[in-house]
Design a protein around this ligand. Structure first.
Ligand code: BEZ
Length: 314
């Protein structure tokens, strides 16, 4: 069986007609019918009910159609991924969820550009879900996200688990102490979550932390971005759970308290195409290790601080 058989069969199945499928494939009808006949002979099963009008698939045909579509998509993905890898010497595209910009991402980008001036570095905002598709179609080469999503063509590594903190309006009753508090203390108040879409997202992660404790927040308002959520916290509209690296935002109007639950963390996940070991990707991974090592050393040297919040990585 060759690749053409699959392409021809999918066209006939989708058009429910040999005539329209032949037009779509820019071939004449007799060779198309011959190819489908050959395919059926090879499988030893009828895939089409030829007498039906419009043409219908047999049960075996429906099964074969679903698998053939998947195979064709995989071939297409493989071609785009290979093209992207061939272009890697000139361009590296990183997809990131916005909150990683408050962590190590700007430093990684600066160091990468200094080390590889010949490679154009592009940073594009993408949700964790979007990153998977963008990796597979070659629109990005590396993704930094926060949601564990399984895909057999994507390699995923959790770089670290970042502590989460509760953002509280300055005049709120919970703002009268800086001590760590529980999600149970936050549950009686309105909660702002983000991003609204696409799901699953960090929003679901936050909601499931409350559900794991057997509580639901009193009311939930969904917004698209962390910046909007923090603006609404500053306006007194509710509370919001954010990564600790975001706690430097809106310090005049928002106070941040650490959470007692050990589960109150969010992973920073690096995703790449499976088996893509290009030198740019190897360099990015090495820079992350360098940054984490330097941050650990800076932390050891820093004088004790009065801030009650857990600070940056690792
Ligand atoms: C970090 O903050 O640890 C981080 C952020 C983006 C990419 C990689 C690491």
């Amino acid at each position: 069986m060759d690749f053409r058989h699959l392409k021809y069969f999918v066209a006939v199945a989708e058009e429910s007609s040999f005539t329209r499928a032949a037009e779509r494939l820019h071939i004449s009808q007799p060779p198309l019918s011959r190819q489908i006949q050959q395919l059926e002979d090879e499988i030893g099963m009828k895939l089409l009910e030829r007498d039906a009008r419009p043409l219908r698939l047999t049960e075996a045909g429906r099964f074969f159609y679903a698998r053939a579509v998947r195979l064709l998509e995989q071939v297409q993905e493989t071609v785009s991924m290979t093209r992207r890898i061939a272009q890697m010497d000139r361009r590296l595209v990183i997809g990131f969820v916005p909150s990683t910009m408050y962590g190590a991402l700007p430093r990684i980008a600066r160091m990468f550009r200094a080390a590889r001036p010949q490679t154009e570095l592009v940073l594009v905002e993408k949700s964790s879900v979007e990153q998977i598709e963008a990796l597979k179609t070659g629109r990005i080469d590396v993704g930094f996200g926060r949601i564990r999503l399984d895909d057999s063509s994507v390699r995923r590594e959790v770089l670290r688990e970042e502590p989460l903190v509760l953002a509280i309006p300055c005049e709120h009753p919970l703002a009268n102490s800086t001590a760590p508090l529980s999600l149970l203390d936050a549950a009686p108040y309105p909660l702002l979550i983000y991003p609204r879409s696409p799901r699953p997202s960090y929003a679901d992660h936050v909601l499931s932390m409350f559900r794991d404790k057997g509580v639901e927040p009193m009311a939930v308002h969904e917004v698209q971005e962390m910046q909007t959520a923090l603006g609404l916290v500053a306006s007194g509209m509710g509370l919001c759970v954010v990564p600790v690296s975001a706690q430097r935002l809106r310090r005049e109007e928002v106070m941040y308290r650490a959470l007692l639950e050990p589960s109150a963390v969010s992973p920073i996940i690096m995703s790449t195409r499976l088996h893509d070991q290009s030198s740019d990707i190897v360099l990015i991974r090495a820079l992350i290790d360098d940054i984490y090592r330097a941050q650990a050393a800076e932390k050891l040297l820093a004088p004790p601080s009065d801030t009650p919040l857990p600070m940056d990585p690792p």
